[in-house]
Design a protein around this ligand. Structure first.
Ligand code: MCU
Length: 396
């Protein structure tokens, strides 16, 4: 049977309104005063998630949301560049399967579109793909395809500052491509919210984001930067995604062919040029990528990985096991699935992970009935305890 379209062909809907503060990507983080200029550290281990930059402790789930603000500031300050706020205005329309979005920021305007397909016909969960969605999703989930590479190019060093994002904000904006993509994905969510489920057939409380490899890094960052995303599935993201910079450096020092921070900034424009000054000594970063997942916690995060050396199998395993301690502190360990399965091509999701994917998609994007099991699967005997000197509190 043919998949039902979200809207009958040729049906159109348009709406536009100025943004209210509630459109901020940080909508449900608690108001607080975290450090905006987060000092560097000297720590070869993964920094403690539960200590603020001023030395005070995180003891409650509310304080964790405040600490997340601080971690978010640190990521922007050291590696991602600035995430701009929501635009001054946004206009959205859906025509057949094309979601068209026009945004205005100050005196500049830009337009882009995303394609929408599938769904259950009522009010469906949906997954936004950075590029085509390459996962065997269970039926009933709509897919939205975002051309992230047009939004911010990723063709090596000479492509810095090119694409729709930079047309809007200027080619010298501090945001690297991952941050620029995240800003674009937030606008897709704005558009879906503005048009409403009656028009789009999509329930914005059940949105996911995915991408593989370089686009997996982008999916991870998008999930971290917009709390409206219920489920993040970064596939084989490796360095810049589920791997921790420090652990990849230590694996490199042991002779492994693993991608490191100092290599990655020369390869492509995924990060802000701000990161260049830190990659030669990642022990100075006041965070690491266990806290990229920490920005998502306790929202849904399923991390399918491969055993390709370049991705950093030990680094990804230990890094995400450190992230699990954050999820455990929040009483939400089931919401983080980590699964490293080798023996397949890069970005070729193996059938042995289908059941895990189904559990996460069913719970966060479909019927929401059955929590996933705690998924912590790896071929590597890499433990968080080898890279940390802290214990997680039970947050009240
Ligand atoms: C895993 O993601 C990247 C990797 O960081 C790069 O070094 C490599 O060139 O490309 C990978 C990728 O995006 O493969 C499709």
């Amino acid at each position: 049977m043919a998949t039902r379209m979200i809207l009958p062909a040729f049906a159109a809907a348009v709406s536009a309104f100025p943004f209210s503060p509630s459109s901020s990507p940080l909508i449900d983080r608690q108001a607080c005063t975290p450090a905006t200029d987060v000092p560097s550290v000297s720590n070869s281990l993964l920094p403690n998630p539960f200590i603020f930059a001023d030395g005070s402790e995180v003891t409650t789930a509310d304080e964790w949301t405040c600490r997340q603000e601080e971690i978010l500031n640190a990521f922007q300050q050291y590696e991602l560049g600035d995430l701009p706020p929501a635009p001054d205005s946004l206009e959205a329309s859906l025509n057949g399967g094309t979601l068209s979005i026009s945004v205005t920021v100050g005196g500049s305007s830009a337009s882009f579109s995303a394609s929408v397909s599938g769904g259950s016909g009522g009010s469906s969960g949906a997954i936004i793909g950075l590029g085509p969605v390459a996962l065997p999703l269970p039926g009933g989930v709509a897919t939205i395809t975002f051309d992230n590479s047009a939004f911010a190019q990723q063709n090596g060093g000479s492509s810095r500052g090119q694409g729709i994002f930079y047309d809007l904000f200027g080619s010298d904006h501090s945001a690297g491509a991952l941050t620029a993509w995240a800003w674009g994905i937030s606008r897709i969510i704005d558009a879906l919210e503005q048009l409403g489920a009656e028009t789009t057939g999509i329930d914005t409380a059940r949105l996911g984001v995915t991408g593989c490899s370089r686009n997996g890094k982008g999916a991870f960052v998008a999930g971290a930067l917009d709390t409206r995303i219920a489920l993040t599935i970064p596939q084989e993201s490796g360095a810049g995604g589920s791997a921790c910079w420090r652990i990849s450096d230590s694996e490199k020092a042991k002779g492994k062919n693993v991608q490191t921070a100092s290599q990655i900034v020369g390869e492509n424009v995924w990060f802000s040029t701000r990161f260049d000054s830190w990659t030669s000594d990642t022990s100075r970063l006041p965070y690491d990528h266990h806290l990229l997942a920490g920005l998502i916690a306790p929202r849904g995060l399923y991390v399918p990985e491969n055993n390709i050396d370049w991705l950093g199998p030990v680094s990804m395993t230990a890094c995400m096991r450190a992230s699990r301690l954050v999820y455990e502190a929040l009483g939400a360990s089931e919401h983080l699935g980590f699964s490293l399965v080798g023996g397949h091509g890069h970005c070729q999701f193996p059938a042995s992970q289908n059941g895990e994917l189904d559990q996460f998609v069913n719970y966060f994007l479909l019927d929401g009935q059955t929590k996933p099991e705690i998924i912590d699967r790896s071929e590597e005997n890499a433990q968080a305890g080898d890279y940390i000197d802290w214990e997680a509190p039970v947050l009240s």
